[in-house]
Design a protein around this ligand. Sequence first.
Ligand SMILES: Cc1cc2nc3c(=O)[nH]c(=O)nc-3n(C[C@H](O)[C@H](O)[C@H](O)COP(=O)(O)OP(=O)(O)OC[C@H]3O[C@@H](n4cnc5c(N)ncnc54)[C@H](O)[C@@H]3O)c2cc1C
Length: 439
Amino acid sequence: MRKEGIRMSKIYDVIGIGVGPYNLGLAALLEDTELDAVFFEKTPEFVWHPGMLIERMDLQVPFLADLATFADPKSRFTFMNYLYEKDRMFPFFFHQHFQIPRQEYNDYLQWAADQISTIRFGHTVVDVIDQKDHYQVVAEETATGEKVYVKAKHVVMGTGNEPLVLDGMDGFPNEDVMHSSRYLFEKDHLLKAKHVTVVGSGQSALEIFLDLLEEQERQDMKVTLFTRTGGLFQLDQAKFAQEMFTPGYVDYFHQLSLDQRKEALDTLKPLRKGIDPDTLTQLYTKLYHRTAGGENARILIQPMTEVNDIEADEDGYLLHCRQWQEEHDYTYSTEKVVLATGYKPHIPDWFMDRFQDAIEWEEEGMYKVSRDYHLQFKDEREHHFFTLTNLVHSHGAGATNLGLSVHRNVHIINTIAGRTVYKNQEDTSFQQFSMKHFN
Ligand SMILES: Cc1cc2nc3c(=O)[nH]c(=O)nc-3n(C[C@H](O)[C@H](O)[C@H](O)COP(=O)(O)OP(=O)(O)OC[C@H]3O[C@@H](n4cnc5c(N)ncnc54)[C@H](O)[C@@H]3O)c2cc1C
């Protein structure tokens, strides 16, 4: 793919900051339009959550949530075209499964990234300066430390999420106490241990626990799982529940007051927090088969347990735990720990330095975002700062879901272009969420 040099004198239509699946989709949809874009990504090449690309694990949304299909099923960047180009149409046809392997999704994204001319890998955005009718973006080339200064009318921040590690659980050697995002990088070290404890109640915790159970077939190792939730509960994947991940629901959610939105997010917890039913079935089946001949399960799964602190001792680590229902505090000894304690939005420091006082906030950490994903500035402006990051409070549970990524990008592209470049789907659910249609 031929990449044009960056032109510092030019004002681009848009600059993308960070290239995960969200901004990659934006770059793909912009590629064949009249809009001029540049995207900066700090890593040297595209890779999607590399520490969690565990074999046998599937994407949690159907393959149609690719980079382009919802905007343009005929786009060259669809997953179907990837299959076609890779000669995998027949295996996919016979596999008959909408959920594709995570590793295949990553390969698809890399294939798409290779064909997109506007992405500059190995460039970290270190500053964005408001120039009153455009923005100046400063990116630093990782390899040389050299800075490039590029101007654009609009910017789109797609900096994703970063690992969330609770206070008191950081500062230990990575190979002993690690966040789940580093799991595959540290797995060789983990497998040297006689006892590994996974902490967390979500999908990542279960995937790692299941993977360690597979390893137990080959080596003598005890595996423990502590979950804070009342049990190993599954994500609600019922059809009508899934309608909360439609553009129609986002329209509804966005116009609610902040209190109503918080209440709605609480109600929607079963859709957001929980484990894929297939993963739970795999785990249960594994344990059932293992114990069928009377063999010991060789695991401990303890729900309702908070791990509040970690302390190093001569055999490894002591976890300070509390079974919250019985209000029982205890310590638990283990050799290694995997913290599947989640993620938080990654908002770069320069963003707060430059924009904290210029934009509207709904509450601490919750900036005010328009329906078409641009930040609400205190002054009126036509040059927009869009964000794909930290949108749950403004756009609902679907803000971190790949299924709505194309929908978001279509909103942004149409706003930037000032015309309908791509059609967004109307009438997306059977349920009506607002009373306003009665008026
Ligand atoms: C393990 C895991 C599995 C998931 N699986 C699913 C799933 O199956 N289905 C689903 O719907 N959702 C899933 N999600 C949730 C969500 O869809 C993904 O996290 C998705 O990757 C989010 O995309 P993104 O583009 O916002 O961010 P990211 O993928 O996090 O990408 C952000 C990028 O920005 C770059 N960056 C950050 N700061 C800068 C900077 N200053 N300059 C340049 N680059 C920068 C980073 O290097 C990174 O590449 C999953 C999340 C995780 C953690």
